[in-house]
Each structure stands twice: as structure tokens, then as C-alpha cells.
Design a protein around this ligand. Structure first.
Ligand SMILES: *Cc1c(COP(=O)(O)O)cnc(C)c1O
Length: 412
């Protein structure tokens, strides 16, 4: 656990003081950069500056050495070889590079990609672009627990299939897809397997060899590293080729040109090393906080419903439906708790979650659903305060709408 919680304001159980930060329960949207990570990055902005691609002098060489150490740390957390790690700007770019890069490289031989309707928007939009470029894409549905059906996946794979892309851990509902089984199936059919592991890296054990993963997307700011950096794991044996999406000086083995942002690379490396070290103790701690939150909410609001499988799940993630409540109204009513009704990217739109709809959740229930995420700085005391606020918020909204319903009945 992190000792840096002391920065947080301490208050009594009664709620928020005026200048206090909301209780942060939105760790799927982003995580704070761990202070140890910031500390490791800082020298590389100033006295340890240098272009890691400048091989002609020691200042560049020193930066290169640090970047290569970071690459090894990232590889270490997923059981990869450092040469298989390509730095990118984040999981969005990694997902785009994986889908478009593989599809375009092999397009003379194969032109079909399989993915899933509940993937992150950046995977779905990259797949949509491929369709517009003449590729064929199959979108698997999911069962009502949020998991893909392996028989359906096997049926979707054809001789033309080049790539299957299924995320490891879901940003919105927290479920864990059966990655090892999907990897084995893809291997059996001679198809590359890409997984968007932005939410999974550093949270659950991952091993690219054991799980048969050929490409994996990683995001810095989901693993207590900085924003603006990510990585794509690209298997070397058997080798996965991809067409670069950014051309230039040929950095990152020609797969992703551009000067590497040394401080950000160091930050992602440090974040992965920290996560690897703490995962064993942090996962059960988060699971306990998550279960405490759910148990306490359920005691007071017995009609609360969970979304997505409850056993195959990220330790720190919950998605709940409060029947009769509007999620937007609940968030507005609770400025003291930072949580979300879905993914950060789609919460600006007023559409109910496409993810929950794919699980068979009806539109009204989807609008009554919110996601809670627990993370490295979350304390038991915060969980208890958040429960109080959420329960009171739901009760307030319900009594308000009952009063309104009664009044309109009388008026009618
Ligand atoms: C956050 C997230 C992304 C996007 O990652 P960025 O690094 O912000 O581009 C992609 N997929 C999933 C599952 C995510 O949670």
C-alpha cells in the first residue's frame, strides 16, 4: 500500500467540508500518478534530459539506458521480452495500431477481424474504420454476465480471419473475459489475438505466454502512471507484423516513429514495477473494500442490482443499478462522491450505456446504473462515507419522485 494518503483532508463521518475533495471512486476513468512515479520521472525533465535516440553522446545514451530499463519493467509485469514492448501515447493509440496495423499488414492474405460489441470505443471505432476501408468485421455479442461465448467466437473465426480483439478487463462493468481460453482458441485456429488490457495490467496477473496473447494494449494513466503514455506488446515468436500508422524516423523498430518522451516512459516503467510489487496485497484489499461497499449498500437498499459477473471481476470495480433512479440525477445530487455512469468517453452523451444494453439490461435500468471504482488511495473510512452519501442520495431522489408522482396523480 501507498503511504501517500496523508495528503488527503481528514474529516468526520458527517460528510464533506467545503474545501474538501470529493471521495474519488472513479479509478477506471483515470488513476492519480503515484508519488513514487512522479519522483522517478522528475530528473528526466531537467538534469537527465536527453534524446534517447541520440547515440552519438553520453547524454542521449543515458536517456536511452533509462528508457530501456523502463521497457524491461513493463515487459516484466506481463511476462514479455523487452524487445516486444512498443511505446505509444496510450491505449487508444495501441488499440488503433494493433487493429489497423495487423489488418493492413496481412490484407493481401486475410481480411476479417473479430471483436465484441462491448469493447472500448477506440477499438470499435478502429474496427469501423477498417470496415470503411473494405475489411470485414464480426462483432460478437455477450451473455447476460458480460462474457463472450467461446462457441460463438469459434464459429465467427473463418479462413479469412487475421485477428481477434477482446479486452481483458472491462472499464465499465469490471468483468474479466476468459482471456487464456480465447488465446488457446486463436492459437488453434492460427489467428492473432489482441487484448486491450488497459484496465487489467497491474491489477490482475497477466502472462502473454500462458494466455496465448499476441498483442496487448497498456495505458499509463490506468496503472498509476502518467497520462499520454502507453505501450503495445507485439509478439516476436511467432512473429506478429504490423503496418506502422505513424511514419518518421523509424523508432520503436519501425512500428511507431517519433521521439520517445523519456520522462513518461520512465513513469510507465516505474508504475508497472510498483504495481507488480503491490498486486498481491492490493488485490485482496480492494476486493474487501468493494465487497464492503456492496454489502453495506445492499443492507440499506435491498433492491440494488449488480451488473456483470461477480466472480470473474476486477478487484476494485462495481456496476450497480438502483431501480427508479436516474444516474445523471444521482451524480448531480452527490457532489461529494466522484463516480460515473459509464465510460468517461461516452458519459458526455445522453445515450444509455451500449455496454449494459448488450448485457440485456433494459433502457430504463441502464439509465439507473452507475459504476464505482476503488483504488490505491481508497480507505475503509472513505467507503463507509461514500455508502452513506449514495444511500441517502438514492433515498432522497426516490422520495422526491414519489412525492412528484403522488402530486401528479392527485393533480390528474
Ligand atoms: C482508458 C481505456 C482506454 C484508453 O486508454 P488511453 O490511454 O486513455 O488512450 C482503452 N481501453 C480501455 C479498456 C480503457 O479503460
Amino acid at each position: 500500500m501507498c503511504p501517500e494518503r496523508k495528503g488527503k483532508a481528514v474529516t468526520g463521518a458527517s460528510g464533506q467540508s467545503p474545501n474538501e475533495q470529493p471521495i474519488y471512486l472513479d479509478f477506471q476513468a483515470t488513476t492519480p500518478t503515484d508519488p513514487h512515479v512522479v519522483e522517478a520521472m522528475l530528473p528526466y525533465f531537467t538534469e537527465r534530459f536527453g534524446n534517447p535516440h541520440s547515440r552519438s553522446h553520453a547524454i542521449g545514451g543515458r536517456a536511452e539506458e533509462a528508457v530501456e530499463q523502463a521497457r524491461a519493467r513493463i515487459a516484466g509485469v506481463i511476462g514479455a521480452d523487452p524487445r516486444e514492448i512498443i511505446f505509444t501515447s496510450g491505449a487508444t493509440e495501441s488499440n488503433n495500431l494493433a487493429l489497423k496495423g495487423v489488418a493492413h499488414f496481412y490484407q493481401d492474405r486475410k481480411n476479417h477481424v473479430v471483436t465484441c460489441v462491448t469493447e472500448h470505443k477506440c477499438v470499435l471505432e478502429a474496427a469501423g474504420r477498417l470496415e470503411r476501408d473494405g475489411f470485414r468485421v464480426s462483432y460478437l455479442g455477450v451473455r447476460d454476465d458480460g462474457l463472450v461465448d467461446l462457441d460463438e467466437l469459434a464459429d465467427a473465426i473463418t479462413e479469412d480471419t487475421v485477428l481477434v480483439s477482446i479486452m481483458a478487463a472491462h472499464n465499465e462493468i469490471g468483468i474479466l473475459q476468459p482471456i487464456a481460453e480465447i488465446g488457446a482458441l486463436c492459437r488453434e485456429h492460427g489467428v492473432f489475438f489482441h487484448t486491450d488490457a488497459a484496465q487489467a495490467v497491474g491489477k490482475i496477473p497477466l502472462d502473454v505466454a500462458e494466455m496465448g496473447i499476441d498483442l496487448m494494449s497498456i495505458s499509463g494513466h490506468k496503472v498509476y502512471g502518467p497520462m499520454g503514455i502507453g505501450a503495445l506488446y507485439v509478439r516476436r515468436r511467432p512473429r506478429v507484423r504490423l503496418a506502422a500508422q505513424i511514419d518518421g524516423g523509424g523508432q520503436e523498430r519501425g512500428m511507431r516513429s517519433g521521439t520517445l518522451p523519456t520522462p513518461l516512459c520512465i513513469g510507465l516503467g516505474q508504475a508497472c514495477a510498483l504495481a507488480a510489487r503491490e498486486m498481491g496485497s492490493e488485490a485482496p484489499r480492494l476486493r474487501a473494500l468493494r465487497d464492503r461497499f456492496l454489502d453495506r449498500v445492499r443492507q440499506r437498499l435491498p433492491d440494488v442490482r449488480t451488473n456483470g459477473d461477480m466472480t470473474r471481476r476486477l478487484p476494485g470495480s462495481l456496476n450497480l443499478t438502483f431501480p427508479g433512479i436516474d444516474a445523471e440525477a444521482l451524480m448531480t445530487a452527490l457532489p461529494g462522491v466522484a463516480f460515473s455512469s459509464g465510460s468517461a468517453c461516452t458519459s458526455a452523451s445522453l445515450e444509455p450505456s451500449y455496454v449494459l444494453r448488450a448485457l440485456g439490461v433494459d433502457e430504463e435500468a441502464a439509465r439507473a446504473s452507475v459504476r464505482f471504482g476503488f483504488g490505491r488511495t481508497t480507505t475503509e473510512e472513505e467507503v463507509d462515507r461514500a455508502v452513506d452519501q449514495v444511500v441517502e442520495g438514492v433515498e432522497r431522489l426516490r422520495s422526491g419522485s414519489r412525492a412528484w408522482a403522488n402530486a401528479s396523480q392527485i393533480a390528474g
